[in-house]
Ligand binder design. Structure first.
Ligand SMILES: [Fe+2]
Length: 399
């Protein structure tokens, strides 16, 4: 059996209406003054108000930071950390999608780094300043309002370096939430297309686990189950966004897909594509998957063949043929939600790079992300780089 290492998983409270327990759960954690990290969209959607009301009812003081932005910029994380320190809060509550959760998660640690931070990127995997001994001094409760990112269970925040225009992982095991409340009711108002895009992010997390060279028995067990659920229920959410069972299945699958231990290569590629071509995270990641499945045809044969039965394509023929069937099924799956391939989306976003320019732009950003994750075999031999060029070219050519 393959060896593996498993990060901590938070205490999870799952259920329709579970967010009504927020005040009570903060009390259980020992919180008395909370910083609530969210964004204006969550407030406008009517999700924020009933949750903070439970804090008031429980006699818990709170202040709200609602300036989080998509692809959390470094300066926003620093600003939230400053407020946390200044207000002497003893608990952080993130209410939102991956951006609010990642902002809160990073702010919790930054607030406790007792040295002057010149650039937050120095604390990424490619920097030298992050120490495992850094810890947070506040309790942390995460309440996702979307079903996809799984940010509530991960050990890292994906942060945008606004100077270098790069996304990187800010990672420390002590950032993991103490508690997560997963309430599918909070996702009901999300329109079909954004729901599909975040759901495809969850699908990417699970797919990356099963084709990864680091997959293990624990992670694969969860990941295959998540893929089955997403394959069945995401189209239902897309057609019928008020379907309680479909929303519940997606909330569960999104959380479990990241509880496996996290994404892999397609996320490194997706982060690079997202940053360079302004493509939203879930879409940017899923568009790398078909290529990576084709690329792993021989390295992950057994799991790709298992995927064939889940996605309903033939499991007969050579490894390459089966990988192509599976890859085409994933491509058609994401197109069924009205999403374009890389080239179509790049052009729709006003870019007209040719294949070579695309590859040259992408590789340094991918390598930065590879290094900051620390678990992918290092890409330092000439043949590894040739592989990376081939992968980029294949993504460009997927139709
Ligand atoms: Fe993701």
């Amino acid at each position: 059996m393959r060896s593996f290492e498993k990060f901590r998983i938070p205490h999870v409270v799952f259920g329709y209406g579970a967010a009504e327990q927020t005040g009570e759960k903060v009390k259980y954690l020992g919180g008395t003054k909370c910083l609530v990290v969210t964004d204006p969209g969550v407030i406008k959607a009517g999700i924020y108000e009933p949750i903070v009301k439970t804090l008031e009812e429980a006699g818990i003081e709170y202040i709200t930071y609602d300036k989080t932005l998509p692809n959390p910029p470094d300066y926003i994380c620093m600003e939230a950390a400053e407020i946390l320190k200044k207000e002497k809060c003893d608990c952080t509550i993130a209410i939102g999608g991956g951006s609010s959760i990642d902002t809160a998660k990073a702010a919790n640690l930054i607030a406790n780094i007792d040295e002057e931070i010149v650039s937050l990127h120095d604390y990424s995997g490619t920097g030298t300043k992050m120490k495992p001994s850094f810890n947070r001094s506040v309790k942390f409760l995460a309440i996702p309002t979307t079903s996809g990112t799984g940010a509530e269970v991960t050990v890292s925040s994906v942060i945008t370096d606004t100077r270098l225009n790069l996304k990187y992982s800010f990672m420390n095991e002590n950032m993991v939430a103490d508690m997560v409340i997963i309430d599918p009711a909070l996702t009901m108002g999300m329109p079909p297309k954004p729901s599909a895009i975040v759901g495809l992010d969850a699908l990417s997390h699970a797919l990356e686990v099963v084709i990864s060279v680091k997959q293990n028995d624990f992670s694969s067990m969860l990941a295959f189950d998540c893929i089955e659920r997403i394959w069945k229920w995401l189209p239902v959410v897309y057609r019928d966004p008020k379907n309680v069972e479909a929303r519940s299945q997606m909330s569960y699958a999104a959380n479990m897909a990241e509880s496996t231990g996290g994404g892999a290569n397609a996320h490194c590629v997706g982060h690079a594509i997202g940053a360079k071509y302004h493509i939203v995270h879930g879409h940017a990641c899923i568009m790398a998957e078909p290529t990576l499945i084709r690329h792993h045809a021989d390295a992950s044969t057994e799991n790709i063949r298992k995927l064939a039965s889940i996605v309903g394509v033939p499991n007969i023929g050579t490894n390459k043929e089966v990988a192509d069937y599976v890859a085409d099924a994933i491509l058609n799956f994401y197109k069924s939600f009205g999403l374009g391939t890389f080239r179509e989306t790049m052009e729709a976003n006003g870019f007209h790079d040719d294949k070579q320019t695309f590859t040259e732009k992408l590789i340094p950003a991918i390598l930065d992300d590879f290094k900051s994750r620390g678990w992918v075999p290092p890409i330092d031999k000439p043949e590894d780089r040739d592989n990376l060029v081939r992968v980029c070219e294949m993504i460009y050519d997927e139709e």
